[in-house]
Design a protein around this ligand. Structure first.
Ligand code: ATP
Ligand code: MG
Length: 389
């Protein structure tokens, strides 16, 4: 049986003149994501995109799983394709949807004829296919208002038969909103933050700070693993690893202990921003959430933000930890985040962080030492690799 994937795109529809460009980006993203499954051809047709495999013997379950993670898709369905012949339509419907129909109690058939040359009207198609289903599968009832399964028969240039639409990943196609750099730690929050902004159409770079020997190679590998999980949604991620030991030791030697964390945060922002801007990113993304820890109070965030010259997106800012964890579980990063490896943030954590820091206090503390050459060196010595989905 020949099958295709029918994709309904979401907010793209609202984009008026840009619609075609958005659809092209979406198709490019789907093509990339489906490449591991097989080769597909894509066709725009009314408000749907039809993805058709070149070979018939591909793994459709895997194709469905890939498509379900592509942003810019509200809903999609797998459809069987058949000849424009009512007997053929009836036979294919039972073959393709028989198992699904045997698992429900109520159904209805939707006929949609856009090829007016086909000799039956939409209601006639629905009635005939519906009667055929009823006489072959028992016990089953028609419910036109709230059926458990809706069988749709579309007669277009070809006939497409499908069941209930599946939910897509939503959002906007990756790349349609440009690019931003995610400050990615090994924690629970930042992978979720990256997922959320990728959903709004951003392509991601990721920047991760390491402090060997205080942080281990395994901690770094954990971040690779997290980036790979985020990439299942966000597509390929360029991950920068930045050496941060020298800077952390300088902070420890030259700055007041109660401001260690915030000074470190501000230096991270400066470095990430230089790397990001050099790579065409227009914003930074962090996993900060208001009040979650001492370095994320409004005073602390004010201090961190003061060094930023590009917008800083903090999609988790208004969320509780429970809500963040729900998403982390859903996108499958939670378990990996829980692995107990050290992060450079936990090295030299002050016992009593300053409760009401101000930008002036931080500037004064940082003036005790010339960090600029160290920042320049960290940028220069950062290394990147591409993390594929
Ligand atoms: P997360 O769960 O994302 O690690 P957290 O609750 O542990 O967050 P912090 O450790 O204070 O919070 O970090 C706040 C944010 O700073 C993180 O969400 C992340 O964006 C960034 N960050 C922290 N450590 C690093 C690091 N080693 N490399 C890159 N970014 C980092
Ligand atoms: Mg952390």
């Amino acid at each position: 049986m020949k099958k295709v994937i029918l994709v309904k795109n979401g907010e793209i529809v609202l984009k008026g003149l840009n619609r075609s460009t958005f659809e092209d980006i979406l198709i490019k993203n789907m093509r990339r994501r489906l490449a591991s499954v097989g080769q597909f051809t894509f066709r725009k047709s009314q408000s749907t995109i039809v993805a058709e495999p070149v070979d018939d013997d591909i793994d459709f379950d895997e194709a469905v799983s890939q498509v379900s993670r592509v942003f810019g898709i509200v809903g999609f369905s797998v459809a069987a394709v058949c000849e424009k012949d009512i007997e053929e339509i009836k036979r294919t419907t039972l073959e393709f949807l028989g198992d699904d129909l045997r698992n429900v109690r109520t159904f209805k058939v939707n006929g949609k004829r856009s090829d007016k040359k086909f000799p039956m009207t939409s209601p006639e198609i629905a009635a005939e296919v519906g009667a055929h289903i009823l006489s072959n599968i028992h016990p089953l009832k028609v419910d036109v208002h709230e059926p458990e399964l809706t069988v749709t028969v579309e007669v277009r240039d070809q006939v497409l038969i499908h069941g209930n639409q599946r939910k897509g990943a939503g959002g906007l196609p990756i790349g349609s909103s440009g690019k931003a750099a995610l400050l990615l730690s090994g924690g629970i929050d930042s992978p979720v933050a990256g997922y959320m902004m990728a959903k709004r159409g951003l392509m991601l770079d990721a920047v991760h700070f390491v402090s060997p020997p205080y942080t281990s190679k395994r901690a770094e590998l954990k971040v690779h693993a997290l980036a790979k999980l985020v990439a299942r949604y966000a597509g390929r991620i360029k991950l920068y690893v930045v050496p941060f030991t020298e800077i952390q030791e300088a902070i420890k030697d030259h700055c007041p202990e109660d401001m260690f964390t915030l000074i470190m945060r501000r230096l991270m922002m400066r470095i990430a921003q230089q790397i990001a801007v050099g790579d065409g990113c227009k914003a930074l993304i962090t996993g900060e959430s208001l009040g979650q820890v001492a370095s994320q109070t409004i005073d602390a965030l004010h201090c961190t933000n003061a060094v930023a010259t590009v917008p800083v997106f903090r999609p988790l800012i208004g969320m509780d930890k429970d809500e963040i964890i729900d998403i982390a579980r859903r996108i499958d990063t939670f378990e990996t985040s829980l692995q107990p490896f050290e992060d450079c943030c936990t090295v030299f954590t002050p016992k009593h962080p300053k409760t009401r820091p101000t930008v002036e206090m931080l500037e004064e503390a940082e003036a005790q030492f010339d960090f600029a050459p160290l920042v320049a060196r960290a940028v220069k010595e950062s290394r990147y690799h591409y993390i594929e989905p």
